[in-house]
Ligand binder design. Structure first.
Ligand code: PBG
Length: 331
């Protein structure tokens, strides 16, 4: 055998892919159920769980079906739940968000009582589900989203959520200074124990479409004056840095799959955990294609979650959290 025969090709990466055992041992990324967070919708006044037609398999919960789902989530060993409220009545300032009897605060008390030890109970801290105009903040006289007036509402909302038992407040409104404002309000009220998740790099995305049905959003127009332009990677990094400087305990990139570069940038520099939100449109695209028989549903789901973790996410918010956790546990 000549030297050149032996040397060609010297590198044979296929060796490590040659059997299932090899591939299992050589995998660089492993996703653990503990890294998954399940978003949940709870509807005020619902007597039955209500299917969300644009998100097959996802429902708006009643108090009773919420309890069942929370128990399943805890049994599956996922990391936490993120709660969203769907109120019956909305107004200009989103009063339901700060009302202790408002649906999100009621649901939070239920979750804290049922699974507060097993899971990190998290709440969406944003006004859009509660405002009649559907924006994430309050409006000024000319109809523009008023940043600093909104921060006042967020401070009140934070105290209501902390009081209800939320362990982690998800600041998803993209107002400037929201993390610092809410941190100060909590600390001033003796609630330095409550953690903050800054949706630091949240983009104005078409992939939130199905969510708008899920929460029966009243929004007309869009959120481009406060959410990031999908074109902007450096600005995403700036928003991450600002939320870290304002002492966010965790920062988020959202959506996930179209923003893996932003996620990888953040993961490379962030001193705090970086999470990603696999949003409604990402979920519904896979479900719709799978329903047509165009893709292998389970493989596609696992590939999306693996990719998001591979890019640098420490945890992922995903509507598939329970299903994926159960599949991997029994794999
Ligand atoms: C705002 C909020 C939104 C989502 C989570 N929090 C909607 C928006 O910004 O329009 C979207 C989540 C999803 O699409 O799954 N409260």
């Amino acid at each position: 055998m000549s030297l050149s025969d032996a040397a060609f090709p010297a590198a044979r990466p296929r060796r490590l892919r040659s059997t299932p055992a090899w591939r299992r041992l050589a995998a660089e990324t492993r996703v653990n159920p503990a890294q998954l967070v399940l978003p949940l919708f709870i509807a005020e006044g619902a007597s039955e769980p209500r299917p969300i037609s644009s998100m097959p398999g996802v429902v708006q919960h009643t108090a009773d079906s919420l309890r069942v789902e929370l128990a399943l989530a805890a049994a599956a060993g996922i990391g936490g739940v993120m709660l969203f409220g769907v109120p019956e009545h909305k107004d200009a300032i989103g009063s339901g968000a700060t009302d202790p009897a408002g649906i999100l605060n009621v649901a939070t008390r239920i979750a804290a009582a049922e699974v507060g030890d097993a899971l990190v109970v998290q709440t969406d801290l944003c006004l859009d589900e509660f405002t009649d105009h559907g924006h994430c903040g309050v409006l000024d006289a000319r109809g523009r989203v008023d940043n600093d007036a909104t921060l006042e509402r967020y401070r009140e909302m934070a105290l209501a959520q902390a009081q209800s038992g939320s362990a982690l407040l998800g600041l998803s409104g993209m107002m400037d200074g929201q993390v610092a404002a809410v941190r100060a309000a909590l600390d001033g009220a003796g609630r330095s124990d409550v953690a903050l998740l800054g949706y630091a790099a949240k983009y104005a995305s078409a992939f939130y479409g199905p969510f708008r049905e899920a929460v029966q959003s009243s929004l007309e127009g869009d959120r481009r004056t406060y959410q990031l332009d999908p074109a902007n990677r450096r600005e995403g990094a700036r928003e991450i840095a600002l939320d870290v400087a304002e002492s966010a305990d965790v920062v988020m990139v959202k959506p996930a799959m179209s923003y893996l570069d932003v996620l990888a940038d953040a993961a490379a520099v962030s001193p705090v955990p970086v999470w990603a939100y696999q949003v409604s449109g990402e979920y519904s695209m896979v479900e719709a294609a799978a329903a047509q028989g165009w893709i292998d549903r389970e493989r596609a789901i696992d590939e999306t979650l693996t990719s998001i973790v591979r890019a640098g996410a420490d945890a992922v918010l995903t509507y598939w959290a329970i299903e994926a956790a159960e599949r991997w546990t029994h794999a």
